[in-house]
Design a protein around this ligand. Sequence first.
Ligand SMILES: Cc1cc2nc3c(=O)[nH]c(=O)nc-3n(C[C@H](O)[C@H](O)[C@H](O)COP(=O)(O)OP(=O)(O)OC[C@H]3O[C@@H](n4cnc5c(N)ncnc54)[C@H](O)[C@@H]3O)c2cc1C
Ligand code: FES
Length: 263
Amino acid sequence: MTNPYLPQPAEIISITKETTTDYTFRLKTDIQPDFGQFVEVSIPKVGEAPISVSNAQPGWIELTIRRVGHLTNELHELKPGDLLFIRGPYGKGFPKEQYRDKSLIIAAGGTGLAPVRNLINYYYQHPGEVRQLSLLMGFKTPEDILFKEDIEKWRSKFKVLLTVDKESPGWSGHVGLITNFVKDAVGENSSASRVIIVGPPLMMKFTSQEFIKYNIPEENIWLSFERKMCCGIGKCGHCRINDTYVCLEGPVFPYITAKNLLD
Ligand SMILES: Cc1cc2nc3c(=O)[nH]c(=O)nc-3n(C[C@H](O)[C@H](O)[C@H](O)COP(=O)(O)OP(=O)(O)OC[C@H]3O[C@@H](n4cnc5c(N)ncnc54)[C@H](O)[C@@H]3O)c2cc1C
Ligand code: FES
C-alpha cells in the first residue's frame, strides 16, 4: 500500500503525444484513484504540480500534461523507462452513485477533458450504469483536440458533440463555443438530467448558466476546479477561496457550492 503523503518513484511506461503541447504519460504504479482525483507530480530539484488522473487501470495511471512552464517543460523531456515521482491520490472526485440510472451530460472544454476521461472510459465499459451519456466537448482548434482515438470509440456508445472555436482546413465538424450547443445536448426531460462541467473558470461559469437556462436544476450540476495548488493536502493555503480549501473539499464541487468559488 502506497503512503499518499510520500512521493513515490513511478516508471514511465509510454508517452502519447496528443497535441504539440499535451502529452499523456502512462505510469507504473499501484495507486488506485477515484474518478476525478489528482496526484502531485514531481521531479527532484525541479518542482511539483497537481495533475488530474486521466485514465487508470490496476498497475498504471495516465496523466495528460500540458507544457506551460518550469516543471512541465522538464516532464516533456522524459522518455519511457525514466522515473518521475508521484504522491496521492488527493481530493474529492465525482459522486458516481448520484449519476446511477440518470441521463448524464458531460461538458468539457480543452484540457478539462482530462479529469473526466477516466469516468467516461468507465461508462464505456459499464454502459448500463447510466441511462444515457451525452458528451459535449470543445477545443480552440482541431489541432488542440485531445484523446482523438477515445472520442471516436465513445461515439459508438454515447451521443458525442465535438466543437472547435476556430476551424482549420479539412475540419467539417461543429464550430462555435460550447455554450452554443448546450440546448442540443440537453434535449428533452432536462430537469432529470445530471451535468458535469469541466474547463477554464469562464467556460464553467457561462456553461453552467446556459444549462440552468435550459431547466437543469442547480443541484444537478457538478464542476471540477484546476485552481492553483501547492501542497495538495490542506497545509499551505494556496488553493483557499474564502474558507474553502479546494485541494481537500474539491476539486469536484456541486454547483451550489462552486458558484460562490468561481472568480
Ligand atoms: C487539481 C488540479 C488538476 C490539474 N490537472 C492538470 C492536468 O491534468 N494537466 C495539466 O497539464 N495541468 C493540470 N493542472 C495544472 C498544473 O498543475 C499546472 O499547469 C502546473 O502547476 C504548471 O507547472 P509548471 O512548473 O510547469 O508551470 P509554472 O512555471 O509554475 O507556470 C507556468 C504558467 O502557468 C500558470 N499556472 C501554473 N499553474 C497554474 C494553474 N493551476 N492554473 C492556471 N495557471 C497556472 C502560471 O501562472 C504561469 O503563467 C492541474 C491543476 C490542479 C490544481
Ligand atoms: S494546496 Fe495547499 S492547502 Fe490546498
